[in-house]
Design a protein. Structure first.
Length: 174
Protein backbone atom coordinates (compact mmCIF):
# COMPACT_ATOMS: atom_id res chain seq x y z
CA UNK A 1 0.00 0.00 0.00
CA UNK A 2 1.42 3.38 -0.99
CA UNK A 3 1.63 6.12 1.62
CA UNK A 4 2.38 9.84 1.80
CA UNK A 5 4.05 11.68 4.68
CA UNK A 6 2.50 15.03 5.68
CA UNK A 7 4.65 17.25 7.90
CA UNK A 8 3.08 17.72 11.34
CA UNK A 9 6.03 19.20 13.28
CA UNK A 10 9.03 20.70 11.48
CA UNK A 11 12.63 19.98 12.42
CA UNK A 12 12.90 23.52 13.83
CA UNK A 13 9.82 23.10 16.02
CA UNK A 14 11.05 19.77 17.37
CA UNK A 15 14.57 21.09 18.04
CA UNK A 16 13.26 24.16 19.88
CA UNK A 17 10.99 22.03 22.05
CA UNK A 18 13.80 19.58 22.91
CA UNK A 19 16.00 22.54 23.90
CA UNK A 20 13.25 23.74 26.25
CA UNK A 21 12.88 20.29 27.84
CA UNK A 22 16.67 20.04 28.21
CA UNK A 23 16.71 23.40 29.98
CA UNK A 24 13.89 22.32 32.28
CA UNK A 25 15.60 19.03 33.19
CA UNK A 26 18.91 20.85 33.82
CA UNK A 27 17.04 23.11 36.24
CA UNK A 28 15.04 20.35 37.94
CA UNK A 29 18.13 18.14 38.47
CA UNK A 30 20.61 20.88 39.42
CA UNK A 31 23.35 19.40 41.61
CA UNK A 32 22.41 15.82 40.67
CA UNK A 33 23.35 13.26 38.06
CA UNK A 34 20.57 12.10 35.79
CA UNK A 35 20.36 8.54 34.43
CA UNK A 36 18.52 8.47 31.10
CA UNK A 37 16.88 5.18 30.15
CA UNK A 38 16.10 5.07 26.45
CA UNK A 39 13.38 2.83 25.11
CA UNK A 40 14.64 1.47 21.80
CA UNK A 41 14.36 1.93 18.98
CA UNK A 42 11.95 4.84 18.78
CA UNK A 43 13.38 6.83 21.67
CA UNK A 44 16.94 6.84 20.36
CA UNK A 45 16.84 10.00 18.22
CA UNK A 46 15.08 11.97 20.95
CA UNK A 47 17.50 10.65 23.60
CA UNK A 48 20.57 11.85 21.68
CA UNK A 49 19.18 15.32 21.02
CA UNK A 50 17.90 15.66 24.58
CA UNK A 51 21.08 14.40 26.27
CA UNK A 52 23.17 16.96 24.33
CA UNK A 53 21.08 19.76 25.84
CA UNK A 54 21.21 18.66 29.48
CA UNK A 55 23.77 20.57 31.52
CA UNK A 56 23.99 18.30 34.60
CA UNK A 57 26.05 15.05 34.48
CA UNK A 58 24.27 12.37 32.41
CA UNK A 59 24.61 8.59 32.20
CA UNK A 60 22.71 6.46 29.68
CA UNK A 61 21.25 3.01 29.35
CA UNK A 62 19.03 1.31 26.82
CA UNK A 63 16.24 -1.19 26.83
CA UNK A 64 13.96 -2.62 24.24
CA UNK A 65 10.38 -3.73 24.66
CA UNK A 66 7.92 -4.72 22.01
CA UNK A 67 4.23 -4.03 22.04
CA UNK A 68 3.57 -3.68 18.33
CA UNK A 69 4.02 -5.87 15.30
CA UNK A 70 4.53 -4.43 11.86
CA UNK A 71 0.99 -3.13 12.14
CA UNK A 72 -0.22 0.30 13.33
CA UNK A 73 -2.47 -1.29 15.96
CA UNK A 74 -1.48 -2.28 19.52
CA UNK A 75 -1.34 -5.98 20.26
CA UNK A 76 -1.50 -5.28 24.00
CA UNK A 77 1.46 -7.61 24.52
CA UNK A 78 4.56 -6.14 26.19
CA UNK A 79 7.76 -8.15 26.04
CA UNK A 80 11.30 -7.23 27.18
CA UNK A 81 13.54 -7.78 24.20
CA UNK A 82 16.66 -6.22 25.74
CA UNK A 83 17.05 -5.34 29.40
CA UNK A 84 19.19 -2.54 30.89
CA UNK A 85 22.94 -3.19 31.30
CA UNK A 86 23.22 -1.46 34.69
CA UNK A 87 21.30 -1.36 37.95
CA UNK A 88 19.11 1.72 38.46
CA UNK A 89 19.06 1.36 42.26
CA UNK A 90 19.34 4.76 44.00
CA UNK A 91 19.67 6.60 40.68
CA UNK A 92 17.63 9.57 39.47
CA UNK A 93 16.12 7.94 36.41
CA UNK A 94 14.28 9.51 33.51
CA UNK A 95 12.72 7.15 30.99
CA UNK A 96 12.97 8.65 27.50
CA UNK A 97 10.27 7.52 25.08
CA UNK A 98 9.23 8.47 21.59
CA UNK A 99 5.46 8.41 22.14
CA UNK A 100 2.83 7.49 24.69
CA UNK A 101 -0.16 6.08 22.90
CA UNK A 102 -2.42 3.58 24.74
CA UNK A 103 -0.04 3.78 27.71
CA UNK A 104 0.25 -0.02 27.92
CA UNK A 105 4.00 -0.19 27.28
CA UNK A 106 4.89 2.61 29.68
CA UNK A 107 2.65 1.58 32.55
CA UNK A 108 4.17 -1.89 32.45
CA UNK A 109 7.70 -0.58 32.08
CA UNK A 110 7.47 2.06 34.80
CA UNK A 111 6.06 -0.45 37.27
CA UNK A 112 8.88 -2.85 36.52
CA UNK A 113 11.54 -0.15 36.88
CA UNK A 114 10.02 1.16 40.10
CA UNK A 115 10.47 -2.30 41.65
CA UNK A 116 14.23 -1.97 41.07
CA UNK A 117 14.53 0.83 43.63
CA UNK A 118 15.57 4.00 41.77
CA UNK A 119 15.89 7.13 43.93
CA UNK A 120 13.44 8.81 41.59
CA UNK A 121 11.69 7.83 38.38
CA UNK A 122 10.26 10.20 35.80
CA UNK A 123 8.95 9.87 32.28
CA UNK A 124 9.89 12.10 29.35
CA UNK A 125 8.18 11.59 26.01
CA UNK A 126 8.60 13.47 22.76
CA UNK A 127 4.98 12.90 21.74
CA UNK A 128 1.76 12.16 23.56
CA UNK A 129 -1.54 11.05 22.04
CA UNK A 130 -3.87 11.58 25.03
CA UNK A 131 -7.00 10.65 23.06
CA UNK A 132 -5.69 7.11 22.70
CA UNK A 133 -5.02 6.42 26.37
CA UNK A 134 -6.29 3.09 27.69
CA UNK A 135 -4.13 2.94 30.83
CA UNK A 136 -3.36 6.06 32.85
CA UNK A 137 0.33 7.07 32.78
CA UNK A 138 1.86 10.04 34.55
CA UNK A 139 4.05 11.94 32.06
CA UNK A 140 6.54 14.39 33.63
CA UNK A 141 7.98 15.96 30.45
CA UNK A 142 6.08 16.10 27.16
CA UNK A 143 7.36 17.47 23.87
CA UNK A 144 4.05 17.75 22.05
CA UNK A 145 0.51 16.54 22.47
CA UNK A 146 -0.70 15.39 19.08
CA UNK A 147 -4.03 14.23 17.65
CA UNK A 148 -4.88 10.59 17.11
CA UNK A 149 -2.95 10.07 13.88
CA UNK A 150 -0.18 7.62 13.06
CA UNK A 151 3.11 9.52 12.96
CA UNK A 152 6.67 8.76 11.85
CA UNK A 153 10.07 10.41 11.95
CA UNK A 154 12.50 11.37 14.69
CA UNK A 155 12.82 7.71 15.65
CA UNK A 156 9.24 6.65 15.01
CA UNK A 157 8.63 4.08 12.33
CA UNK A 158 6.00 2.62 10.10
CA UNK A 159 7.05 -1.00 9.50
CA UNK A 160 10.66 -0.05 10.42
CA UNK A 161 10.85 2.78 7.86
CA UNK A 162 10.96 6.60 8.23
CA UNK A 163 12.78 6.64 11.61
CA UNK A 164 15.47 8.83 10.02
CA UNK A 165 13.14 11.70 9.02
CA UNK A 166 14.36 14.82 10.88
CA UNK A 167 10.74 15.97 11.43
CA UNK A 168 7.46 14.41 12.58
CA UNK A 169 5.06 13.46 9.81
CA UNK A 170 1.63 11.87 9.56
CA UNK A 171 1.33 8.74 7.47
CA UNK A 172 -1.47 9.12 4.94
CA UNK A 173 -2.54 5.97 3.18
CA UNK A 174 -3.76 6.31 -0.36
P1 LIG B 1 1.53 2.25 23.80
O1 LIG B 1 1.89 1.07 24.63
O2 LIG B 1 0.23 2.03 23.09
O3 LIG B 1 1.54 3.55 24.55
O4 LIG B 1 2.54 2.28 22.60
C1 LIG B 1 3.72 2.90 22.65
C2 LIG B 1 4.56 2.47 21.47
O5 LIG B 1 3.79 2.22 20.30
C3 LIG B 1 5.50 3.56 21.10
O6 LIG B 1 6.68 3.51 21.86
C4 LIG B 1 5.72 3.33 19.62
O7 LIG B 1 6.74 2.41 19.44
C5 LIG B 1 4.40 2.74 19.15
N1 LIG B 1 3.52 3.78 18.54
C6 LIG B 1 2.39 4.28 19.06
N2 LIG B 1 1.86 5.23 18.28
C7 LIG B 1 2.70 5.34 17.22
C8 LIG B 1 2.70 6.19 16.06
O8 LIG B 1 1.85 7.06 15.82
N3 LIG B 1 3.74 6.01 15.19
C9 LIG B 1 4.73 5.10 15.40
N4 LIG B 1 4.77 4.30 16.49
C10 LIG B 1 3.75 4.41 17.39
MG1 LIG C 1 8.59 3.41 21.73
Amino acid sequence: MAENIRVLLTEEEVDARIQAIGDQISKDYAGKQVHLVCVLKGGSFFLCELAKRIKVPVSLDFMSVSSYGSDTKSSGVVKIVKDLDDSIKDKDVIVVEDIVDSGRTLSYLLEMLRDRGPKSLRLCTLLDKPDRRVIDVNVDYTGFQIPDEFVVGYGLDYDQRYRNLPYIGVVEFE
